[in-house]
Design a protein around this ligand. Structure first.
Ligand SMILES: [Zn+2]
Length: 378
């Protein structure tokens, strides 16, 4: 047994009164975030070394002492939500200067996805699995669909509203985890665009088929909304329909990725993949959509934490290792395969016939094992 932090997400069904309170909280969180960001920018313009809103504590004090006095309605919502919003902003702001990540943007009402984070202290959050309800600060009991139970200590909860108007609570819970049984198997995968992935034992997993029919439907809805007057009742209805379908596609893909990563981790002790520079690749717009659809990033993320939970080793091979170009039998390097359209090729040296991706995944397995050996030696 080991202790891990797991996420548990549930749909909640607020009453009209609770819905008003939730939306008020989303609004206040956005308001405080934007107010402090604007103030930070002003102070910086006046004097680069200004100490006034220098860290998260001074920002939070500014909210408590100044903003709440000027805008007393801020006191009506969950105080942890405001503090967490401020901490997030401060974090993003610091990252801009230290890691040169994009400057924090003002939060807009128009993205239709709202959320806030609240902390667990003094039993202010309760989950009643027998009666399907959740208690959150300032909200009392909310009806919920608690489809799976957890045991453990709640650390914090994220409350969100999706663009189609559904509400969710997701808990980060510290819980005990029973590791999967050890085994002696190993596997590598080549993450492709045509197929989601091809494993070194020849299994192909297609992600596209799964959501094809939804995507056809989505395209149709998008053609219809283009003909409607922006902001009209019909346009609003259509927007919700589209949002609902988007959510459906995202969830179906994510569920599928969970099934894949679970199976990989359950059946294998060692798991290898390429080390993709996903951020760099997404900048290439032709590839961007396919990569986004495949969920490469999500899959590698799941493999990372699931392998940690279960005492597995997930290793990504050297980014510059040419897994697609080498013949896995004799090692001949075929530069022609740099062309992504070449799906099959025959090795001119040993005459082995290769499926591009299957060959690549076998190479990744061999290279991964070699790298782990080297790691052991050094
Ligand atoms: Zn060969």
């Amino acid at each position: 047994m080991n202790t891990v932090i797991k996420g548990f997400k549930y749909r909640i069904y607020p009453t009209e009164k609770q819905e008003i309170q939730l939306n008020k909280t989303f609004g206040c969180v956005r308001f405080v975030y934007n107010q402090i960001l604007a103030k930070k920018i002003d102070l910086y313009k006046e004097d680069k070394d200004n100490k006034q809103l220098k860290n998260k504590t001074t920002c939070n004090n500014y909210c408590n002492r100044e903003l709440k006095k000027e805008y007393p309605w801020l006191k009506e919502v969950d105080k942890f939500a405001l503090t967490n919003s401020i901490y997030n902003l401060d974090n993003a702001y610091k990252k801009f200067f230290t890691e040169h990540i994009g400057f924090p943007k003002f939060k807009s009402k128009k993205n239709h996805y709202y959320s806030y984070i609240t902390n667990f202290t003094n039993n202010n959050i309760k989950v009643d699995f027998n009666n399907n309800k959740i208690q959150l600060p300032k909200l009392k009991w909310i009806k919920a669909k608690l489809h799976r139970e957890f045991k453990g200590k709640i650390l914090f909860a994220t409350v969100s509203k999706t663009p189609s108007g559904k509400y969710f609570v997701s808990f980060n819970v510290e819980c005990e985890h029973q590791e999967l049984k050890q085994n002696n198997n190993k596997i590598a995968m080549d993450l492709g665009i045509k197929d989601l992935l091809i494993t070194s034992n020849g299994t192909k997993i297609d992600n596209k088929k799964l959501t094809y029919k939804y995507e056809q439907k989505l395209a149709k809805l998008q053609r219809q909304i283009a003909k409607k007057k922006i902001g009209s009742q019909n346009w609003k209805k259509q927007r919700i329909k589209i949002a609902r379908l988007h959510e459906k596609i995202t969830n179906t893909r994510k569920d599928n990725l969970h099934k894949i990563s679970h199976k990989m981790i359950k059946e294998n002790q060692l798991i290898f993949s390429e080390n993709l520079n996903i951020k760099g690749m997404v900048k290439n717009h032709n590839l961007a959509k396919s990569i986004h659809d495949c969920g490469w990033y999500e899959l590698t993320r799941q493999l990372t934490y699931k392998s940690e939970w279960n005492g597995r080793k997930y290793h990504k091979v050297d980014r510059y290792y040419p897994s697609s170009q080498l013949c896995n039998v004799c090692g001949y390097k075929n530069e022609d395969t740099k062309n992504l359209n070449i799906r099959f090729w025959e090795c001119p040296q040993c005459n082995t016939k290769h499926d591009r991706d299957e060959n690549a995944s076998i190479n990744i397995l061999n290279q991964g094992l070699k790298e782990l050996e080297l790691e052991k030696v050094s």
